[in-house]
Design a protein around this ligand. Structure first.
Ligand SMILES: [Zn+2]
Length: 461
């Protein structure tokens, strides 16, 4: 066997039992990052990863302190002249309640029907484990990696990566890379191999409309006082048009248009709009008509009212003019849209609505950038080829509506192209009871990463 990939594959085949046992052991650690009673488990999970990386031949392995949970850093930088890959994953997991809906306790892994069930099996300990074993297989079977690799595994992804940007800033000196690879996503419906090339950003705001100091008698004051709830309704109605387009001036100015290739990829994806509508219980889907359903989900920005309240909501009737009314409004953003600029545009549009007799305020609650990597970026092309070699068929390209804070950080702080190459099955029940990973995805994931490192060796730098 002279082909190094054959040697790596043979190593993986010979160590399959050991690997599965190791995966189970990792999943037994209840590393719930958000609950303080699991602090010792977070330490144990970080130690589990670091100990193996060290033993398997990675260098500069460090459990690096932050003001929250530690970041695990490790590297292998001996592929002279080859590109450097920054690999990201997270070892924290979501809480497990409601516990009674789990078939087996969440930290007692169970293998059944070709799947492993446990909290973190998919999101994201399974995928961290994929990377650990891809590195081990290269280093033990061949003695080297085809590219330089830096591993960054954090423990606060499920709690908003609060201290991660700070860690990135103060560790810039050891984060030089050509591409960031994040394995915290998965396959398309039907367990079809996919690469995620876009994640949307977010701008979240609150509109407060304040009228009289107290709720007023509507018989005494109705006709002489502006109603804050009506003023709010008028404001909200100006933000979006009947056809689903956002009506805020300038809102779409920085939206990247969908390329012909991108449109073809969206059009190729097997979806059934009527079934989707049925599944969520609506008469029909609704959105910008000139775009495909998946384009609207991933490549177009949105504006939604997340909640609206004010005045009397109890049983029966109470004749008042409410003292105040409020709405939470959020926008999902696509790459190149600056959340702060979007907020300013929203605020300007809200304040431009004539509403005499009330005070209107708009406050920003949270925000995050989106990311987008071109389908034809060499790092995405290499990822597609590696997936094809293991799983067969052309992978789909996904634009996810949600976000991964680290992806935006790698893009904006480190200026790296980001490839989201993840392997979870779409029915993985991440964040829910009975989380699971299809073992063929897990094993295929390792073999894909093995090939991806080899394919990235030729990445133009
Ligand atoms: Zn995750």
């Amino acid at each position: 066997m002279t082909d190094p990939i054959d040697r790596v594959d043979a190593f993986l085949a010979a160590h399959a039992q050991e690997r599965l046992a190791d995966y189970v052991e990792f999943l037994r650690i209840p590393s719930i990052g958000t609950l303080s009673e699991h602090q010792p488990d977070m330490v144990a999970a970080a130690a589990f990863v670091a100990e193996r990386l060290e033993r398997w031949g990675l260098e500069h392995v460090e459990v690096s302190a932050t003001d929250g949970h530690p970041v695990i850093y490790a590297d292998w930088l001996h592929a002279d002249g080859a590109p450097t890959v920054l690999v990201y994953g997270h070892y924290d997991v979501q809480p497990v309640d409601p516990l009674e809906l789990w078939v087996r306790p969440p930290f007692e892994p169970r293998i059944e029907g070709g799947r492993i069930y446990a909290r973190g099996a998919a999101d994201d300990k399974g995928q961290v484990h994929i990377h650990m074993w891809a590195a081990r297989a290269w280093l033990e079977a061949v003695g080297s990696l085809p590219v330089n690799v830096r591993y960054v595994f954090e423990g606060e992804e499920e709690s908003g990566s609060t201290h991660f940007d700070g860690w990135l800033e103060s560790n810039r000196h050891r984060l030089d890379a050509d591409v960031a690879v994040i394995s915290d996503t998965g396959f398309f419906e039907g367990n079809l191999p996919a690469i995620t090339v876009g994640l949307r950003g977010l701008m979240y705001a609150q509109i407060d409309v304040t009228g009289p100091a107290l709720d007023l008698h509507s018989g005494t004051w109705g006709g002489n006082v502006q109603n804050p709830a009506i003023a709010l309704a008028r404001i909200i109605a100006t933000l979006k048009r009947e056809d689903g387009r956002v009506a805020i001036p300038g809102f779409y100015d920085e939206v990247r248009s969908i390329t012909e290739r991108g449109h073809d990829e969206f059009a190729r994806m097997p979806i059934d709009a009527a079934a989707m509508a049925h599944q969520i219980g609506v008469p029909e889907l609704f959105g910008e008509e000139e775009f495909l359903v998946l384009e609207r989900r991933g490549a177009r920005p949105t504006l939604d009212v997340n909640g609206i309240w004010g005045g009397f909501e109890g049983e029966g009737s109470k004749t008042i003019i409410p003292a105040h009314a409020h709405a939470k409004v959020s926008c999902r953003l696509v790459a190149d849209m600056d959340p702060m600029r979007t907020f300013q545009r929203l605020r300007d549009a809200v304040l431009a609505v004539q509403a005499p007799g009330v005070r209107v305020e708009v406050q920003l609650l949270s925000h995050g950038m989106g990311t987008q990597t071109a389908i034809d970026h060499p790092a995405a092309v290499a990822a597609a080829a590696s997936l094809r070699a293991v799983f067969g068929g052309d992978p789909y390209y996904l634009f996810e509506g949600g976000s991964i804070p680290a992806a935006a950080s790698f893009d904006t702080l480190l200026g790296l192209p980001v490839v989201l190459l993840g392997f979870t099955n779409p029915d993985d029940q991440a964040h829910a009871p009975n989380e699971n990973m299809v073992l063929a995805n897990y094993e295929g994931g390792i073999r894909t990463i093995v090939r991806y490192w080899a394919a990235l060796r030729g990445l133009p730098r």
